[in-house]
Ligand binder design. Structure first.
Ligand code: BT5
Length: 254
């Protein structure tokens, strides 16, 4: 309570010791009409989810396994940019509170030295051109030690503990994330996404890099140039400029 500085986000908290997926719980309570800003947090997730039915390793008491319910007043087509908005908020919170110089890999990863510190999964329910709710799920590896990651994640995942060599208060970091997210969300509602997308560019580790774009039915390489007003990644290739829309594409360094 005492460290919570946000006004709307986190004022209603659903706390679980163990849960399947905080995003699934958040979608249920959102469908039942919970207020905007309601959050779901858990000590552990038994079936934490990534995108495309990939899993998310969520050991007990080690991370921030968080879902935030928003009811934004904008069109459903704008929703993908909420992932970029959340990435900006979490990156700023980790940089300022933990002093870890992490950066954003388009669209939904926060990396430190190429390894994943945070993953974000945004899900939406909309009908008739109006958003009913958006659930922003965030998995932050806080106090997981390097040895605790399963072998398949050893080379690709990291945590704040592993970077700093000292544990960090999950509660305080959670409060910082909620405060940053609330500020940015209010800015988006007031001014639209343009300022947030500009800020995203300054925190990105993808722009300027040679990338491989791997989609469901094609694959190409090029240089990540910028993101456009939709939050799509623009990649310069031999065939000209290509627009990469978040979804089932993955971006890898060349
Ligand atoms: C993501 O998917 O990065 C989104 C992860 C979102 C997790 C949060 S936790 C709270 C909320 N509730 C949920 O059920 N989910 C959200 P994607 O880009 O598809 O990346 C998934 C891939 O990351 C996996 O296939 C692994 O390779 C890797 N991975 C799994 N667990 C990880 C971890 N703890 N740290 C780093 N990488 C991990």
């Amino acid at each position: 309570e005492s460290c919570l500085h946000s006004h709307s986000l986190g004022r209603q908290i659903h706390y679980f010791s163990d849960v399947g997926s905080t995003n699934n719980e958040a979608k249920k309570i959102a469908a039942d009409g919970c207020p905007e800003g309601t959050i779901v947090v858990a000590e552990a997730q038994t079936v934490g989810r990534g995108r495309l039915s990939r899993g998310w390793f969520s050991p007990y008491g080690k991370g921030i396994w968080l879902s935030v319910v928003l009811r934004p007043p904008f069109q459903p087509q704008q929703a993908p940019k909420c992932t970029l908005m959340a990435a900006v908020a979490v990156t700023k919170a980790i940089r300022s509170f933990c002093d870890v110089p992490c950066g954003i890999k388009w669209p939904n990863d926060i990396l430190y030295e190429g390894k994943k510190l945070v993953g974000i999964l945004t899900e939406m329910s909309a009908e008739m051109d109006a958003i009913n709710y958006i659930v922003i799920g965030m998995g932050v590896n806080v106090n997981t030690s390097a040895e605790e990651f399963p072998p398949e994640l050893a080379e690709i995942a990291t945590s704040i503990l592993a970077v700093k060599n000292e544990p960090v208060s999950r509660l305080q970091l959670l409060c910082r994330i909620l405060a940053e997210l609330e500020l940015i969300y209010q800015q988006v509602i007031r001014e639209g996404f343009a300022p947030v997308l500009e800020e995203w560019k300054t925190l990105s580790v993808t722009l300027g890099q040679a990338v491989n774009v791997i989609g469901p039915d094609e694959q190409y390489s090029g240089t990540a140039v910028t993101i456009d007003e939709d939050g799509a990644l623009l990649v310069e290739t031999d065939m000209g400029l290509r627009k990469v829309i978040a979804g089932d594409v993955s971006i890898r360094p060349q």
